[in-house]
Design a protein around this ligand. Sequence first.
Ligand code: TXA
Ligand code: MG
Length: 326
Amino acid sequence: MTATAQDIRDAARRLREGGLVAFPTETVYGLGADALNEHAVAAVFRLKGRPANNPLIVHVADVAAARALTPRWDARAEAIARAFWPGPVSIIVPRGERVPDLVTAGGPGVALRCPRHPVALALLREVGLPLVGPSANPSGRVSPTTAQHVREAFEGLMVLDGGPCEGGIESTVVSLMGPTPVVLRPGLVSAEALGLVLDEPVGIGPGEATAHGAMASPGLLASHYAPRAPVVLVDAAGVASALARAPGGRAAALVLGESAITGPGVTRILMPAGAGAYAARLYAALREADALDPSLIVVEEPGGGSSDPLWVAIRDRLARAAAARP
Ligand code: TXA
Ligand code: MG
């Protein structure tokens, strides 16, 4: 069911009162709160169990709202916004004084994004405030791509239902804090596409961002996007032997072809071959796998080593899901 105009008005009222509301975007569902209200932002950190050193993305209705949150909306920011907003790109620019410390984790930059989802845009316009919007999941876990995913994690939270997210993985995060633009988190919009719009090369990776003096993003580095069960990422030839090593023989496997061998305790989840469809399906599939309470989730590495930016972003998320847990 999709949120009605009345639902959006109710949500806006709740947000203005300092409450929390989950909302759909074209990437994943976000946990919304008034970005200018410290108490509301603190409640977001508490509900997610998010470390205070991991900054939040601020969602805005349009470029005018973005400009109001930074003293430096330069030609690069304008060019990216013109090309990709509303859409899955978060732009880190110097923070304005109105932005609470909590939002930026005390850092000098604030990430701004105008999402491309009719419900998100209607909500932002109705509420007339910038909204923080971390993915609406407990910190470190798999992001939600349906309203039901959010409800399962946060009982009693108001959720605006906008249907399944079409993008499926989180926005590209690009920092304009240093002399060279740097992608801190790969996403649906590639560094190459940003570079074409900016007419200059765009770096990749938090390492470079740190070298350029931008703040590190803890959430971009650590194990993240993780189901409860351990995840291993293997190539097609390695699926069978990885499954054979699953403790107790209970395993789930996200595979690309019919050929992958299975055993009695193994549930096979067939994934789409195309990058767009794979991204849209990924988090729901990881949740389905996890719900089987397996001792191991085996993921056949998709994309055949393709350098297609979307496959790169997908493999980035898979690598984080499979990374050693703290
Ligand atoms: O697609 C998305 O971006 C979704 C939807 C709901 O908009 N939101 C999202 O938020 O993924 P979150 O909080 O789950 O991830 C934001 C990432 C974090 O890894 C955080 O460290 C980084 O962006 N980030 C946010 N603000 C930052 C800043 N000022 N400087 C550096 N990194 C920042
Ligand atoms: Mg997140």
